[in-house]
Design a protein around this ligand. Structure first.
Ligand code: NAD
Length: 317
């Protein structure tokens, strides 16, 4: 196997389980030295356990790779700095940051507690900000000092935020926020040799089985998928090859993109698009009595919104 990340230093947050675990294992197999961050809590973010991060570090070392565990919560601004500093102090630098840590606290909006909104935003959106803020500050300083920088930010969104899953207004808002955040950051850091992209997974992990009962039946069983489709289409290892590629030097010109992978299916997601404008005649501001008719026509002509179930069914076909 050609190793395309030899000499690179990577942080993956939430790398003790699920998608992050698969990503960090493949990054390490491709020669990267890795910080395996995971605070190890339950799927709704309760508790802290070192086991998940420690197990992945052990696995990487057993296959001859270099890895160190980190147990910080990405919700903590200073803790996020300690994650970035650990990479620099342990392996001499940082090249790639994968923001992947995640939890769920699903509720319909009318039943949602303030804490269920706040903590989901804290882990996903604020956590992504925290790590990105410290990493970009480091890369900017390196670039200004005349050192070569080939930085990579790979953030994780969800169809919950792009296609709007019922019961996930907190999570969807955080994940949609991560897209806007990343696309703005991509513009801000381009001059320092850093790219920023967003990945959109759909896979069988505890977040889609234990934490989201509505999705669980669609996730099925690994053995059944292998028997039926020849491979485990919804296996959590599907996203890792894209993450490895985006981390590589070959991907230096890919930035500000939102990319979904499910099994062997790859999509580029397009952002918000404006319809053709309806221009008022005579020129001037609309008034409330007249704006309803053109607005209803625009809504009637709007393309239908995609649904997550349709994406999953399409990936299986
Ligand atoms: P997972 O629960 O298997 O893994 C998430 C990991 O993040 C856990 O090991 C957990 O301990 C860790 N974590 C949680 N809060 C943390 C914190 N504050 N600091 C550090 N680590 C923390 O879930 P997963 O499905 O692998 O999810 C990974 C990412 O992918 C999440 O951001 C999730 O929202 C996103 N995602 C997953 C799917 C899917 O289909 N599984 C779909 C869309 C998006």
């Amino acid at each position: 196997m050609a190793k395309i990340l030899e000499g690179k230093v990577v942080i993956v947050t939430g790398a003790g389980r699920g998608l992050g675990r698969e990503e960090v294992l493949l990054l390490a197999k491709h020669g990267a030295k890795v910080i395996v961050n995971d605070m190890g809590g339950s799927h709704d973010g309760k508790g802290e356990f070192h086991g998940p991060a420690d197990d992945v570090v052990k696995e990487i070392k057993e296959m001859g790779g270099e890895a160190a565990p980190n147990y910080e919560s990405v919700t903590d601004f200073e803790g996020a700095k300690r994650i970035i500093d650990q990479a620099i102090n342990t392996f001499g630098k940082l090249d790639i940051l994968v923001n992947n840590a995640g939890i769920l606290r699903d509720k319909m909006i009318f039943n949602m507690e303030e804490s269920e909104f706040d903590y989901v935003i804290a882990v996903h959106l604020k956590g992504t900000f925290n790590c990105t803020r410290h990493a970009t500050n480091y890369w900017r300083a390196e670039s200004k000092a005349g050192k070569p920088v080939s930085g990579r930010i790979i953030n994780t969104t969800s169809d919950a935020g792009l296609l709007y899953n019922v019961g996930q207004s907190n999570y969807g808002a955080a994940k949609a926020g991560i897209v806007a955040f990343t696309l703005i950051v991509a513009k801000e850091v381009a001059r320092y040799g850093v790219t920023a992209n967003v990945v959109v997974p759909v896979a069988r992990t505890r977040l889609t089985t234990e934490a989201t009962p509505s999705l669980a039946p669609m996730m099925g069983k690994k053995e059944d998928f292998e028997k039926r489709y020849g491979y485990d289409v919804l296996g959590p290892e599907a996203m890792a090859p894209l993450v490895v590629y985006l981390a590589s030097d070959d991907a230096k010109d890919i930035t500000g993109q939102v990319i979904r992978v499910v099994g062997g299916n790859l999509w580029l997601m397009h952002s918000w698009k404006s319809s053709e404008p309806v221009k008022r005649t005579p020129k001037g501001f609309w008034n409330p009595e007249e704006i309803g008719t053109p607005l209803k026509e625009l809504v009637a002509k709007a393309p239908p919104r995609e649904e997550l179930a349709g994406i999953i069914m399409g990936a299986l076909s």
